[in-house]
Design a protein around this ligand. Structure first.
Ligand code: BGC
Ligand code: ZN
Length: 367
C-alpha cells in the first residue's frame, strides 16, 4: 500500500513509498483493529519533520511515515475486540506508552520518560497511508454526525487537554468562575480553543497578527468571541481597557509572547502554554515585575502537550456541541483539502505556502 514518508534528518525528503499492508494480527491477543484512512490533517509539526528539525523513525527503519491527525473507518477487528466494529468511524490517539508511572495508567501524555513515542512524529509510523492497525485502547469512536469534521479531533484533543488541566489546577481555589479569556493565536489551535472556551461560557478575546478583514476573525465573531490584531493593539492595552484575563491560552509559536502574557494575567489566573518552540530565541523581560505579579496574585503557568483518550472524548463532546450550536462552523475550518496520497507534494506546498489556510488535509479515500 501507499504511504507518505520522510527520511528523518534529511530536509525535504518527503516521498511516496510502498509499504506492507498491516493486518489485525499485528496486535497481540486478538486485539487488532484495521482502520482504513479517509482523511489525514497536517500541521506545523509535519512541516518541521519535513524540514528535518524534528522526528525520528521507528527502530530498524530509516524512514518515518508522517501524519498524526487521523480520521478513518474500521474495516476489520480481531476476535477479542468488543469496543468497535466494522463501519465505525475512528480517530487514533498519537502517543503510545513508554515506561513511567503515568504511561502505565493511560496518561502517556504526561510521561516523565526522556523518550516519547508518537505515531507520525517520533519513533512510530503515522497515518498518511492507506491503512493502519492499532489496539482499541488508542481508537476513539466518532459519531456518524461528526464524520465531516472528524479530522479536527486530534488538534481539538490537544486544546481540550490544556483547558482541562487549567480547570483541574484551579480546583485549588474551591470556587473558580473564570469570566475572561485571552487566546493568543488565531490559527487552527487558536480557533478551536476559542470555540471550547465559548462553549464553557467565557468571554474570549483572540489575538492574531493579521488585520481585519480576516476570515478567521469572522469565524471568531460568529461564535461570540472578539478578535484583535496585534498590529492595532497590544495585550497590555487590551488588559488595561477591559480588565485582566482569568485564563490565557498561548498558541502562537512565538515564545516571547509568553512573558507578555505572564504580565497581564489576572489574580488567581492560569496561563496555558501549548506552543512547541524548537528554536533558540532570547528576550529581555521585566523579571521582577512578572515575578511579583505571580507571587502577589497567586498565579499559575502550566505547560501542556499531546492528549490521552480522555481529552479526545471531551473533544468529541465539544465538536458535537459546536455542530448543534453553530452548525457548519467547524466545516469552515477545513479550508484546504488535497486529494490522494500521491499529491503529497501539493499537500506540503499548501501547508507551507497557502495564504489563509486553516486546516490543510489529505483526502486519502472516499468514505
Ligand atoms: C501533536 C501532538 C504532539 C506534539 C509534540 C503536535 O503537533 O498534535 O500530539 O504531542 O506535536 O510532538
Ligand atoms: Zn499536531
Amino acid at each position: 500500500m501507499k504511504a507518505v514518508a520522510v527520511i528523518p534528518g534529511k530536509a525535504n525528503s518527503i516521498h511516496l513509498r510502498d509499504v506492507p499492508k498491516p493486518t489485525v494480527s499485528d496486535v497481540t491477543d486478538g486485539r487488532g483493529v484495521l482502520v482504513k484512512l479517509l482523511r489525514v490533517g497536517v500541521d506545523g509539526t509535519d512541516k518541521e519533520i519535513n524540514a528535518a528539525e524534528y522526528g525520528a523513525p521507528p527502530p530498524g527503519d530509516d524512514y518515518l511515515i508522517i501524519g498524526h491527525e487521523s480520521f478513518g473507518v474500521v474495516e476489520e477487528v480481531g476476535p477479542q475486540v468488543t469496543e468497535l466494529q466494522a463501519g465505525d468511524y475512528v480517530v487514533a490517539t498519537v502517543r503510545r506508552p513508554g515506561h513511567s508511572l503515568y504511561d502505565q495508567i493511560g496518561m502517556y501524555d504526561m510521561t516523565t520518560d526522556d523518550v516519547y513515542y508518537e505515531r507520525g512524529i517520533n519513533l512510530r509510523h503515522g497515518f498518511l497511508t492507506e491503512y493502519f492497525v492499532d489496539a482499541p485502547e488508542y481508537l476513539i469512536k466518532v459519531p456518524q454526525g461528526l464524520k465531516a469534521v472528524g479530522v479536527l479531533l486530534e488538534p481539538t484533543s490537544v486544546i481540550e487537554k490544556g483547558i482541562a488541566q487549567a480547570y483541574e489546577i484551579q480546583r485549588r481555589l474551591r470556587i473558580w468562575r473564570p469570566k475572561r479569556a485571552a487566546v493568543l493565536g488565531a490559527g487552527t489551535i487558536g480557533l478551536l480553543t476559542t470555540l471550547a472556551l465559548r462553549i464553557r461560557g467565557l468571554e474570549v478575546c483572540a489575538f492574531g497578527r493579521t488585520k481585519p478583514p480576516y476570515f478567521n476573525a469572522d469565524l471568531i465573531h460568529h461564535i461570540g468571541g472578539c478578535y484583535h490584531s496585534t498590529q492595532d493593539t497590544t495585550l497590555v492595552q487590551e488588559a488595561h481597557d477591559h480588565g485582566p484575563f482569568d485564563v490565557i491560552f498561548e498558541a502562537t509559536g512565538y515564545s516571547p509572547l509568553v512573558f507578555e502574557a505572564m504580565n497581564i494575567l489576572g489574580k488567581n489566573g492560569v496561563l496555558i502554554l501549548s506552543s512547541v518552540t524548537g528554536g533558540g530565541r532570547k528576550v529581555e523581560v521585566p523579571a521582577d515585575r512578572i515575578n511579583l505579579g505571580f507571587v502577589l496574585g497567586n498565579k499559575v503557568v502550566v505547560g501542556t502537550v499531546n492528549a490521552n483518550r480522555e481529552y479526545f472524548e471531551i473533544g468529541v463532546k465539544d465538536l458535537s456541541q459546536a455542530e448543534l450550536q453553530w452548525p457548519g462552523w467547524l466545516s469552515k475550518l477545513l479550508t484546504h483539502p488535497v486529494k490522494g496520497l500521491e499529491s503529497y507534494k501539493e499537500l506540503m506546498k499548501t501547508l507551507t505556502e497557502a495564504k489563509g489556510a486553516i486546516k490543510v488535509f489529505c483526502e486519502v479515500a472516499e468514505p
